[in-house]
Structure formats: structure tokens, C-alpha cells
Design a protein around this ligand. Structure first.
Ligand code: NAP
Length: 220
């Protein structure tokens, strides 16, 4: 499995405001890049925090890219994956519509009624006692044929993926905006590392819209 984390952050390293409202950080060129990256992926992963904050649809928007997927013998849309220990994803979330297959990764603590409701809209994967065990959940996703995986946030999930050693590439668009706020989500939140920091190698830098795209690989 190859895992690419993609995010847009403000010039001061925030993913959104302290109110966790979605903020436009990318411009048109970056949206088109993200759409292409989605189209090249088998699955797009987010944490339930992002689902609750942004209600994302996480589909490929460009019809030509969808057509090319079909021509390659792939589903028209990549699968969508939510990391959601207790099944907090609302039944009417956009990510649960029938535009693509959706997997919800739960832990053992997810209540049975939430499991039953979510099972009407999604494939369920259970891994972990009270929080999703990412290594086990991703192994199950790989068994389902999901090899090229794109993660679109948020900061809690991204930190945990680095902690689990699951990230192969990090793509960050840094946009021309200052959001500020000590409680605003950043690229990697969680508890933070105090030693054994994941190290990155810079592969490419590209000027895009009024910002910059940084492409890193994660050192093993
Ligand atoms: P998140 O990372 O999307 O989701 C975190 C939640 O996932 C956790 O609170 C936890 O909830 C669940 N989870 C289950 N297992 C986990 C594990 N092993 N490790 C980590 N999380 C696990 O939420 P977030 O950090 O609050 O990010 C949401 C914010 O980021 C929003 O403000 C959104 O607008 C912003 N965002 C920005 C971008 C961007 O590119 N600019 C992209 C995405 C999101 P449970 O305990 O309930 O399972």
C-alpha cells in the first residue's frame, strides 16, 4: 500500500480556523491538482472530525478523469474511507451517498445501533479496542484491493498516521493566508512527537496559484 497525505495549510501552518470552520486556502490550480490526485487513488481517507466539520463529498469532480478511470477498468469514483471509532458519522453525511463505495473504520466500542445504521450506507471495518487501530484497519483496506491511498486530513488523523509509520508521501499546499489561533487545527496535531520525529526528504517545490506546493517523501 502507498499512502499519500495531502493537505492545504495557511502560511502559518493551520488547516482551518479555531472554530474548525473550513477555510478556502487553495486556488483553482490546486483544486485541479487535488482532483487529479483523487482520480489516481483507490481510496480517499479522512477522520470523522473532518466529516463533522466540513461534510466533504470526496469525489472526483472532473468528468474526463472519471471517464479515464472507467477506461482503466477502475470504478468511476475512488472509494472513500472514514476513520470513526464510535460511528459518529451522521447518516445523511455527503460522504455516505451512493456516488462511491464508502468504508467506515470503527473500533470495538462503536454502539450496535450506529453499526446497523451505518451498514445501510457503507462497508464496516472494525479494528482496535476503543480507537481505530490504523495499522490493522489499513491492512484490511489493502485486502479489499485499496493500494493507492490518499489521506485528506485532518490534523488528528495525520499525526496518528505518522505515528503508526503509515505515511509514504506528504504533499502540502501552503496558501497565502494567515489564520492564527493556538487551538486551530494544524497539519499534525495529536499529542505531538517529543523524540524520534518522522523525517522527510524534499522531492519537489512548485509555485501554484498564489502559494507553493511542497512534495516530501517520508524517510524510512
Ligand atoms: P480528523 O483528523 O479529521 O479526525 C479526528 C478524529 O478521528 C478523532 O477525533 C477520532 O474521533 C477519529 N479517530 C479514530 N481513530 C483515530 C486514530 N487512530 N487517530 C486519530 N484519530 C482517530 O479531525 P481534526 O483533526 O479535528 O480535523 C478537522 C479539521 O481539519 C476541520 O476543521 C477541517 O476543516 C480541517 N481540515 C482541513 C483540511 C485542509 O487540507 N486544509 C483537510 C481536512 C480537514 P473518534 O475518537 O470519535 O473516533
Amino acid at each position: 500500500m502507498h499512502v499519500v497525505v495531502n493537505a492545504a495549510m495557511s502560511a502559518d501552518g493551520k488547516l482551518s480556523s479555531r472554530q474548525r470552520d473550513q477555510i478556502a486556502i487553495s486556488g483553482e490550480a490546486d483544486f485541479a491538482r487535488v482532483d487529479r490526485l483523487r482520480a489516481d487513488s483507490d481510496a480517499i481517507v479522512v477522520g470523522v472530525g473532518t466529516v463533522l466539520a466540513d461534510d466533504p463529498h470526496l469525489t472526483v469532480k472532473d468528468e474526463q478523469l472519471c471517464q479515464q478511470r472507467l477506461e482503466r477498468g477502475e470504478p468511476e469514483q475512488p472509494a472513500r474511507v472514514i476513520v470513526d471509532s464510535n460511528g459518529r458519522t451522521p447518516d445523511d453525511a455527503a460522504i455516505l451517498d451512493d456516488a462511491a463505495t464508502t468504508y467506515v473504520c470503527l473500533s470495538e466500542t462503536a454502539p450496535i445501533d450506529r453499526r446497523m445504521e451505518l451498514a445501510d450506507h457503507a462497508e464496516l471495518v472494525t479494528a482496535g479496542d476503543d480507537r481505530v487501530h490504523l495499522l490493522r484497519a489499513f491492512a484490511t483496506l489493502q485486502e479489499q484491493g485499496l493500494e493507492q491511498v490518499m489521506v485528506e486530513g485532518g490534523g488528528e488523523l495525520i499525526f496518528s498516521l505518522f505515528e503508526a509509520g503509515l505515511v509514504d508521501e506528504l504533499l502540502v499546499f501552503v496558501g497565502p493566508k494567515v489564520i492564527g489561533g493556538r487551538d486551530a487545527p494544524t497539519l499534525a496535531d495529536g499529542d505531538g512527537f517529543i523524540d524520534e520525529f518522522p523525517l522527510l526528504s524534499l522531492e519537489r517545490v512548485e509555485r501554484l496559484d498564489d502559494g507553493v506546493l511542497l512534495c516530501w517523501t517520508v524517510d524510512s
